[in-house]
Structures are given as structure tokens and as C-alpha cells.
Design a protein around this ligand. Structure first.
Ligand SMILES: Nc1ncnc2c1ncn2[C@@H]1O[C@H](COP(=O)(O)OP(=O)(O)OP(=O)(O)O)[C@@H](O)[C@H]1O
Length: 862
């Protein structure tokens, strides 16, 4: 389903005057006018002032909907989020957040009172009702979490003792909170009890306007997994997420924004709200264009609300104000903010899990079709030749047939033509379904890897051995659950390595094995290891730790491990189902192909040459059109696929880099503690590594990557145009102008290497430098124009599966490459012998040795 642009919905709620305001004699200055307008009077303006005779005291603002003190909780719910509930269970993301100064009624709207429940309870009640109604056809599971962000720290309100939590981005770019308590439930009342309990844990302090003022942002997240019960080919797994956010009072941020004085309030300042304000400003200025640079990373809140504000979510903002004259300034600022937010657009799409496609499958279909076209064309040619040989010359065919026979023959041709087209369509549909199934399979693989990655993350950063243990345990379970499942590339090798107690070092044996060989070798070893204790009649003590680990992990495993395991079990079941469907479909396709070819063979015997020719030509044309169609689909999906995979790859390398960093620090500490002098080349190498971290070279690479990705996404990279203009600043799209450094953006030197197809690739890691320096061209500074790069598109332009940039040689040939001294001395770079083999200066067991020849990118820890 195509994403749709949606305007952020902004509602305004004016609460009644409270007793304190009445006591101080405040007057009502905010009035609802009609359904969408609010008028705010400035109490400071004197209507009689002769110096300002035309100045109106009144400012009006238009919103999607305005509620005054007479609006009930039900009215607010129905007009804002009520109609979005159906969307959540169909796989759309939805966010509602309450904004406004302290005491303006945000918590009242979201949580409400026992007698007048707020949006939380009403939404959840409707959500569960909708789920119940759809349960016959669909299977649902609902889970929730509740957290607060206070002074840039995330706390789990359902389990406050769990300490501070971290935000992470998953492979699909959605934000996850590592280690948060997720409660599965199917009952709104149960959730409300949890929320009330969680709310008691929320950071509060009395303020002038509110005795129980919440000083934190509270975020309730509800996730709905949906799976069709029908065992249908196009089965989709959908994931709808609902965020309900009760923000802290905005008055501090507003004041700081206005006067810039309280910026120095240090820890007390609410950075999240400032960042939120900045994001709203940036997004609204561009009318919600996603190309505008918006810094979501400035605070935890904006990172969490990234999708809600600028991404894939249907979003409602409910702004709150007090009607009192004493709150004029705060009300005015809130109205201005809310008014700006109205310009924000989000791009909503349904979250389907099986969305990535395998281009190779399309290529197969295309070559199949091409073969058929060739076959048909050769048939036509053959027929032409036969005709020429016939007496009477080419093209003149005198067949005197009685009228009835002619009619019969025409009917016969029509029938065969219809049959052939039908068979062709059927085949195409089956081919497409096969591609889809294959993609689902890949998606399952990717998801599986993602879960293993999630498990790996906390341990990888703090305790590598614990990471290994979790991974090992999970993999054990996987293997036991499904011995014949095909796991992601590298899985068996990794298993053999961890089984033999080696965490990072790859053994020579496993390195040289292909994946199928590794699979076979792994199972041989597993079998013999399981057989041995049975033969001895008792468990081998040496073998026990694996199972002991498993049991230990089983009893005290973290919640997210259990969840990941659950997910993996689901994925395995899916994988089995997909495999069965695929086998059935392949059989049907083979059968259909056979039938079609039999039909084709019948043709010459049954129809006149001219009619036969027509049918064959028609078939050719149909096939050609289908090829074009498939090629177009493949190109567009190739782009989607590349973008979809990039975050996963980055995350993977980020994790690997953290591990390397940890190892480097550990080993340096060890050297220091043991008083071992570090050889100068190694020390230099370390300095270079540290320098790169400090300079943020990798961050710039990531920026480059995101520019490339956004060009790919908006299609500009695929637009053919001549070589780039010298001065590109004039044509520069608005959105790129804001990027740091202006244009052109100069990266620090990167190493260029000639590919086998005479292209050059940019490779920029220090490890890369170590491994490949000798075979490199002199390293020039790579100038990257922050405009969509102009590339000649041919099949070699983009190396899709790898996230590396390979520029066409044409672009580079014209550029003059300044010669530079190599960055590293030869002792560090190593040398190349006459046979072209590299000799590394590092010890062979160095765990930082680069395994793959593809360009790697790393991300600095956040
Ligand atoms: N629409 C309303 N009708 C009746 N009472 C309301 C309404 N809105 C708010 N109130 C009352 O006003 C008081 C303050 O409201 P609330 O705690 O919801 O403010 P808040 O914006 O969440 O403040 P803070 O940011 O300080 O937490 C509460 O006693 C609440 O019951």
C-alpha cells in the first residue's frame, strides 16, 4: 500500500477556570468561536488607548477542532482519536500527545478521573472491542509499556526498579526501548490499573499552577500484532503501534524560547520540550517536507516521537490552555506552537512485515520470459521460411476453404488464443506468488537476525560473554526447535565458533567452509556430541555448561530475551509454512508450463498459417510487455530493498564496532597493567583510530550515506542528466542547503580502490586502511556534492546488496587526483609480496582483522 501524506491533526482544549483563578479575580480571555476557532484577548491592551485606535485586542487561531469547558471527555475522544482506532488494528501507527503549560489539563484529558475516564481508557476500550469483532478472521496480540522521560532519562513506570533505559533504532528505523517491561493483555481495565499504578511512580512536584504537576513526559505505548487466520498466499503480518503521550508542562520551554535566559538552568531545563519546539518549527516551516533537516536526535522525547512528527504515523496533538487572564502569555505561546504544528505532514503507511523483495527472483522471471519470446520468434521465422518455399511465393497464400470451414477455423484460433493467454496469466501469477513467498522467507531471515541482534546488544556493550551466552542459548533453542530450518548466512559458522569457545577469532577451518558445508559439518558435530554422552551412559561434564547455561538463562533470563525467543518461534513456524506453500506452488507452476507447451505444439497442426502467426505474435507481445513490467517492478523494489536493509547493516556494524572498541580498550588496559611496552607502529595505529573517532569522520560518512539514501528514496539518483555543473549551489534543493558545511561538503581523505569492473569504491575505515593500503590508489580528498549525485545509470551503477558507494568510472576519469603520501607508514600498512599477497604487520590472531572485502561503515556510539 502506498504511503499517504497526512496533516497532523491539532485540537485545542480550554479548561474551565479553577478556584484559584477565580479567587484572584482572573477573567476569561480565551473563547471558542464556532467549532474551529479560538479568540484570545490580550488583557494588557487598553481598548480606549488613543495611540492605538485600530489595534485589536483579539487574536484568533484556527484549529482542526476546539473544545471549551463544556466539552466532555467523550466529545474530546470522539473528535480526535476515536476514528483512528480501526487504523491501529489494520497496522497503522497512531500517536496522540497532550501539549500545554502546567495545570492546563493535559493529564485530565489523557488519564481523566474515575468517573470521567480520559483518552487512555476510551481508546483501549474501543481497541479491544474492535479486536473482538474481527477475531474470527484475524489473530491479534496486544502488549503495552509505560515509561517516563525526566531530565533526559527514561524510566520504566511499570517496573521503576529496573533503572534507566536506552533508546535504540531497529533495522526498520523504528525506535525501541531496550529492556522495557511489555505487558501482554486483552483487557482495558487491566491496563488502566497498571497505568494508575505507574502514574504514582511518575515524577511530580507542586507548582504555582498545579499541586500535583507532572514534571516528566509519560509515554504509553500499545503494540498490536495482527495475523490473518486464512492460510492464504498473500498473508500479511501487520504491526500497529499506538503512542499516547502526556507531556510535561511546556511553560519553561516556552519562556526559554521567548527570552533565551533560562537556557542556563542546566539540569532543570526541559531539553526535550525545547527540542520538540525546534522540531515543530523546522517541520512546519517546510510545510512538513521530510527533506528539511530536522534534528530529532536532540532529545529522547523527539527521538521517540520521530515517526509521530515526521514519519509514519497518524498523529493528533491536543493543545491545552487555561482561559484565565493571568495565563495570557502562556496561552498565547501555546496557541502559536500548536498553530505552527498544523503545517506538519506525516507520511503514513501500513506496517507490513513482508515488504522486502528479492531482485534475483525477478531476474529469473525475466530471463524465463525472454527465453519464451525467443522460442516464439523462432517459430514465426520457421513458418516464414516454409511459406517462402511454398509455390506461389511469399505472403501469397491461396487457401480456398469453404465458408463454414473458415468460420470453424477462426473459432478454433480464438479458442486456442484464449487458452494460451489464460495459461500465460496463470503462470505469471504463480511466478509472482513465488517471488513474494521467497521474499517473505528473506524477511523472516532478516527478522530472525534482528532478534539475535537485539539479544546481542546489551551484552555486546557491557559484557561480551553474557552476549555470547544469550546468543548461544537462543541458537540452541532454535536448532532444537527446527533442525532443518535454514538460518541466516554465517549462522552455522558462528555456532561452530562459539561452541568451541572462541568468541571473536574465526578459526581457519570455519573460515574456509561454504555455508552448506558449515551446515553439514555443524550437524555432524552436534550429532556426535549428543551421541557420545548417551554411549557413555552419563553426561560428559565438559559438555554440561551449554545446557547449564541454557537452564540458567531459562530461569533468570531478561524479559526481552524471552520475547525475542517467542518471536523467533513464531518466525520459525512461519518459515515452515512458507516452505510448504512454496513447494506446492512450484509443482503447480511446472504443471502449468507443461500444459502451455503442449498447447503451443498443437498450434501448427490446427490453425492456418496466418492465424497461427497472429497468435504467436500476440503471445510475443504479451511476453514482452510482461518483461517490461517486471523490470520496472524490479527496479523500484531494488531501491526499496536497499533502503530497507541499510539500517540493519549499519546497526550490525555499529555493534561490531562497539565490540572492537571494547576489545581494544581491554587489551590496552591489559598491556598497561602488565607493563608491556607497545610497539610504535601499533601505537600510531591506535592514535589514528582514536583520532578518527574524535574527528567524527564516520559521522560524516553516515551523513553522506543518508544523503545518498534520500536521493535514492526521492528517485533523484536515478534521473539521468549530464555531468555535474561546476557551481551546483544555485540548483541546490532548499533542503540540502541546511546541511552542515554548506556545499560542497568535503570529507576527509578516503581511500579509493579500483573494482574489478574498473569502477572505484570509497572505503574509509582505519581497518580498511590497514588491510588494503598497498593496493590503493593515492588517497584523494573525496568531494561530495550535497546535491543528488549525477550518475549514469547502467546495471553497474549501484551495488545494491552492499551498502557501499561505487561510482561509475566516467565520473572519476575527468577528475585530477592529487598525489598524496600514504597515511600510514609501511610498517603499519604492511607490504605486498610478488604474488600479490598481503603481509599484515599485526599478529595473525588480531581480532580486528577485516573479514570481508566489502566497504564497511561504522557508527560512533551514541
Ligand atoms: N477540562 C477540565 N474539566 C475539569 N477540570 C479540569 C479540566 N482540565 C483540567 N482540570 C483540572 O485542572 C487541574 C490540573 O489539571 P492537570 O493535572 O490535568 O494539568 P496538567 O496540564 O497535566 O498539569 P502538569 O503539566 O502540571 O501535570 C486538575 O485538578 C484537573 O482535574
Amino acid at each position: 500500500m502506498e504511503p499517504k501524506d497526512q496533516q497532523l491533526m491539532v485540537a485545542l482544549r480550554i479548561r474551565p477556570l479553577n478556584s484559584a483563578e477565580l479567587e484572584e479575580g482572573a477573567t476569561v480571555i480565551a473563547h471558542k468561536v464556532g467549532d474551529q476557532v479560538v479568540a484570545l484577548m490580550d488583557p494588557g491592551e487598553d481598548p480606549e488607548d488613543p495611540l492605538r485606535p485600530h489595534r485589536s485586542r483579539e487574536r484568533t487561531f484556527i484549529f482542526d477542532t476546539v473544545f471549551d469547558q463544556h466539552a466532555s471527555q467523550e466529545d474530546v475522544y470522539q473528535a480526535t482519536i476515536g476514528h483512528l482506532v480501526e487504523g491501529i488494528i489494520s497496522g497503522y501507527n497512531t500517536t496522540v500527545f497532550a501539549y500545554g503549560p502546567s495545570g492546563a489539563g493535559k493529564t485530565y484529558t489523557m488519564l481523566g478521573m474515575d468517573a470521567e475516564p480520559g483518552i487512555y481508557l476510551q481508546t483501549l476500550t474501543d481497541l479491544f472491542k474492535a479486536i473482538k469483532e474481527n477475531q474470527d478472521n484475524t489473530e491479534y496480540s496486544v502488549s503495552m509499556s509505560y515509561l517516563e522521560i525526566y531530565n533526559e532519562v527514561i524510566r520504566d513506570l511499570l517496573n521503576p526498579s529496573s533503572g534507566f533505559l536506552d533508546l535504540r533504532e531497529d533495522s526498520k528505523g523504528s525506535i525501541q526501548i531496550a529492556g522495557i517491561t511489555e505487558v501482554s493483555t486483552s483487557n482495558a481495565q487491566e491496563i488502566m490499573q497498571l497505568l494508575t499504578k505507574g502514574n504514582r511512580q511518575r515524577t511530580q512536584e507542586p507548582t504555582a499552577t498545579n499541586k500535583t504537576s507532572s514534571r516528566s513526559h509519560a509515554v504509553l505505548q500499545v503494540t498490536v500484532h495482527q495475523r490473518s487466520r486464512a492460510a492464504d498466499l498473500a498473508e500479511e503480518v501487520r504491526l500497529g503501534r499506538l503512542f499516547m503521550v502526556d507531556l510535561a508542562g511546556s511553560e519553561r520551554a516556552a519562556q526559554t524560547q521567548n527570552r533565551g535566559k533560562r537556557m542556563k538552568e542546566g539540569a532543570h531545563i526541559n531539553r526535550s520540550l525545547l527540542a520538540l519546539g525546534n522540531c515543530i518549527n523546522a517541520l512546519s516551516e517546510k510545510g512538513g517536507s521530510r527533506a528539511q533537516y530536522v534534528n530529532f536526535r536532540d532529545s529522547k522525547l523527539t527521538r521517540l516521537l520521530k515517526d509521530a512528527l515526521g514519519g509514519n504515523s497518524r498523529t493528533v496533538m491536543i493543545a491545552h490552555i487555561s482561559p484565565a487572564s493571568s495565563s495570557f502569555e502562556e496561552s498565547r505561546t501555546t496557541l502559536l506552537y500548536a498553530y505552527r504544528a498544523k503545517n506538519i505532514k506525516t507520511r503514513v503507511k501500513r506496517n507490513l512485515l513482508n515488504v522486502s523483495y528479492r531482485i534475483a527472483q525477478y531476474t529469473d522471471v525475466i530471463s524465463d520470459l525472454r527465453r519464451e519470446i525467443e522460442h516464439l520468434k523462432s517459430k514465426i521465422e520457421k513458418q516464414d521460411k516454409e511459406k517462402k518455399r511454398e509455390p506461389g511465393g511469399p505472403g501469397v497464400q491461396v487457401t480456398v476453404t469453404p465458408h463454414d470451414a473458415e468460420e470453424e477455423s477462426r473459432l478454433q484460433v480464438d479458442k486456442i488464443r484464449a487458452q494460451l493467454i489464460g495459461a500465460f496469466r496463470e503462470q505469471m501469477e504463480m511466478r509472482r506468488s513465488l517471488v513474494e513467498l521467497e521474499n517473505t522467507n528473506i524477511e523472516l531471515h532478516v527478522d530472525m537476525s534482528r532478534h539475535l541482534l537485539t539479544l546481542a546488544e546489551p551484552g555486546a556493550q557491557h559484557e561480551p560473554w553474557c552476549f555470547t551466552k544469550n546468543r548461544d542459548h537462543l541458537q540452541n533453542r532454535l536448532l532444537r526447535a527446527c533442525p532443518q530450518a535454514s538460518f541466516p548466512p554465517g549462522f552455522y559458522r558462528a555456532r561452530m565458533e562459539t561452541r568451541s569457545g572462541v568468541l571473536v577469532h574465526r578459526s581457519h577451518v570455519t573460515d574456509t567452509l561454504t555455508e552448506p558445508q558449515a551446515h553439514g559439518r555443524f550437524w555432524e558435530r552436534e550429532k556426535s556430541q549428543q551421541q557420545a554422552p548417551r554411549d557413555r551412559g552419563e553426561l560428559d561434564k565438559d559438555e554440561e555448561p551449554a545446557d547449564a547455561d541454557a537452564d540458567e538463562a531459562e530461569s533468570g533470563e531478561p524479559h526481552e530475551v524471552a520475547l525475542a525467543r517467542e518471536e523467533v518461534n513464531l518466525l520459525l513456524a512461519e518459515q515452515r509454512k512458507t516452505a510448504a506453500l512454496k513447494a506446492g506452488l512450484e509443482q503447480r507452476l511446472a504443471h502449468a508450463k507443461q500444459k502451455a507447451s503442449q498447447m503451443e505444439q498443437l498450434l501448427p497442426e490446427q490453425v492456418t498459417s496466418q492465424a497461427q502467426r497472429e497468435v504467436l505474435q500476440l503471445l510475443c507481445r504479451a511476453h514482452e510487455l510482461e518483461v517490461e513490467n517486471t523490470e520496472l517492478q524490479a527496479t523500484s523494489l531494488c531501491r526499496k530493498n536497499l533502503l530497507g536493509q541499510k539500517d540493519f547493516v549499519i546497526q550490525r556494524y555499529h555493534q561490531h564496532r562497539l565490540l572492537c572498541q571494547q576489545l581494544i580498550q581491554g587489551q590496552r588496559q591489559l598491556l598497561r597493567d602488565s607493563g608491556i611496552p607497545v610497539p610504535e607502529p601499533l601505537e600510531q595505529c591506535y592514535r589514528l583510530y582514536a583520532q578518527e573517532l574524535g574527528e567524527g569522520t564516520l559521522d560524516r560518512l553516515l551523513l553522506l550515506h543518508s544523503v545518498m539514501a534520500s536521493s535514492l528514496q526521492d528517485g533523484s539518483i536515478l534521473n539521468l542528466s549530464p555531468s555535474p555543473p561546476e557551481d551546483s549551489s544555485q540548483d541546490q534543493p532548499e533542503d540540502r542547503k541546511d546541511l552542515p558545511g554548506g556545499t560542497p561538503f568535503e570529507l576527509s581523505p578516503m581511500l579509493l580502490e579500483r573494482d574489478s569492473d574498473s569502477h572505484k569504491s570509497s572505503k574509509a575505515t582505519p581497518l580498511r586502511m590497514l588491510g588494503k593500503q598497498d593496493s590503493l590508489l593515492p588517497p584523494p580528498a573525496l568531494r561530495i556534492l550535497l546535491t543528488p549525485p549525477v550518475l549514469e545509470v547502467d546495471e553497474n551503477t549501484l551495488q545494491v546488496p552492499e551498502v557501499s558507494f561505487t561510482f561509475p568510472s566516467a565520473l572519476w576519469q575527468g577528475s585530477t587526483v592529487p598525489s598524496r603520501q600514504p597515511l600510514l607508514p609501511r610498517e603499519i600498512r604492511g607490504s605486498t609480496d610478488s604474488g600479490g599477497r598481503r603481509h599484515s604487520p599485526l599478529p595473525p590472531s588480531n581480532p580486528h582483522r577485516l573479514q570481508s572485502s566489502s566497504a564497511k561503515r561504522h557508527r560512533r556510539p551514541r
